[in-house]
Design a protein around this ligand. Structure first.
Ligand SMILES: NC(=O)C1=CN([C@@H]2O[C@H](COP(=O)(O)OP(=O)(O)OC[C@H]3O[C@@H](n4cnc5c(N)ncnc54)[C@H](OP(=O)(O)O)[C@@H]3O)[C@@H](O)[C@H]2O)C=CC1
Ligand SMILES: CC(=O)N[C@@H](CCC(=O)OP(=O)(O)O)C(=O)O
Length: 346
């Protein structure tokens, strides 16, 4: 068994990582960490995440949330094979360099190492990137697209939730060079409130949330999608009155003369052999992917107008974060990407 730990274990994606790793046939969950002074320090997993109590966690139920002093990072990096950072961008940014000095492979769920351009990073994340040397080592963990790079990497920047849903829908078209030049694909996406994390805030409180756009023409996921789709997009996120899931609907103008067959071939070429992508004949629904590691995709192309609409649905906490991180870990340690994520493959 490979030894692993979760840092940021008291949060929403931390809870999902604990659940997945505990059931994983190849990774052992050896430790859970929270920040120094955390109100969850020294608590048991089942106390912090009631849903995990008595759910077959067995001896892991007794794992305590340990306070993590930054001075211990290099020790951790030589203790575990895999380290999952389910931490805020700032913490991952500050800690990755120390963690990379050890033998562990690092899977960072934050946005700290996803953008190659430090000036773009500062604009969208609100703080200066101080570790360009670490950034250069990071590989983008969109598992279905960068499998070979992930296999070689020591630091994997797991994609954001909206970029995962958007890129999985759009990239087959942009990669096949089908998108009309000069045209910006339009992405409208709605997320459940767990996308905002555990920390209480007025905008995500039950009383306040009503289906609403936010981050219009300025969300930090826009440059991430632009960069990996290799085309600029108009991305508008919305917050919905549900707990988990993202539905992204992408409207794209294709080059003149493209046929519906070419579109179908583009999707099938990329995803026919991908166990966690479900190409569907009906429009994806959030409820069909919630609590699963799948991405559901459906498209319709109007050959007369040249417009295509493609819709994708994921669970933001799983395919948009924790299960994709484990997909990356599977690849990095040479297991099939879906190991431990769907029962028929374990
Ligand atoms: N929620 C989502 O859908 C997605 C989230 N992400 C990213 O994943 C990361 C985690 O997100 P999420 O689980 O939602 O966030 P949460 O706010 O739910 O959890 C983050 C956890 O990190 C811990 N933490 C905070 N500061 C530190 C620190 N300095 N050192 C160690 N631990 C710290 C906090 O716990 P404590 O105070 O107890 O230490 C908290 O429980 C973030 O970077 C987020 O942007 C990515 C994709 C999707
Ligand atoms: C609903 C909601 O608030 N969602 C989050 C995105 C969560 C995510 O993907 O996290 P990263 O910060 O790691 O990219 C937001 O819009 O900021």
């Amino acid at each position: 068994m490979l030894s692993s730990c979760v840092i940021g274990a008291s949060g929403y994606t931390g809870a999902e990582l604990i659940k997945i790793i505990h059931q994983h046939p190849e990774f052992d969950l050896a430790a859970c960490f929270v920040s120094q002074g955390s109100s969850d320090a020294n608590k048991l997993i089942g106390e912090v995440h009631a849903v995990l109590g008595g759910q077959g966690l067995g001896s892991k139920h007794r794992l305590q949330m340990q306070e993590l002093a930054p001075a211990r990072l290099s020790e951790l990096a030589n203790t575990y094979d895999a380290i999952f950072l389910a931490t805020p961008h700032e913490a991952s940014h500050d800690w990755a360099a120390a963690l990379l000095k050890g033998s562990a492979k690092i899977f960072d769920l934050s946005g700290a190492f996803r953008l190659p351009d430090a000036s773009v990073f500062a604009k969208y994340y609100g703080f200066q990137h101080e570790h360009p040397e670490v950034q250069k080592k990071a590989v983008y963990g969109l598992a279905e697209w960068y499998e070979n790079e992930i296999k070689q990497a020591k630091l994997i920047a797991v994609p954001g939730c909206y970029p995962t849903a958007s890129l999985l829908a759009l990239k087959p078209l942009s990669d096949a060079n089908l998108v009309k030049p000069g045209h910006r694909p339009v992405i409208n996406a709605t997320s459940g409130v767990s996308g905002a994390g555990k920390k209480p805030s007025a905008t995500t409180s039950f009383y306040e949330v009503s289906l609403q756009a936010y981050g219009v023409l300025g969300h930090r996921h826009t440059p991430e999608i632009d960069n990996y789709a290799q085309t600029q997009v108009i991305f508008t996120p919305h917050l919905g009155q549900f707990k988990r899931g993202i539905l992204a609907t992408v409207t794209v103008a294709l080059k003149e003369g493209i046929s519906a067959t070419q579109v179908a071939q583009a999707y099938e070429k990329q995803y026919a052999d991908k166990a966690l992508i479900r190409l569907r004949n009906s429009w994806p629904k959030v409820d069909d992917v919630a609590n699963t590691p799948f991405c559901d995709i459906c498209w319709k192309f109007d050959e007369d107008s040249g417009y295509l609409v493609v819709s994708s649905a994921i669970d933001n906490l799983l395919k948009g974060a924790a299960s994709q991180a484990v997909q990356c870990a599977n690849l990095a340690f040479d297991f099939p990407s879906q190991t431990g994520l769907i029962s028929s493959w374990t």
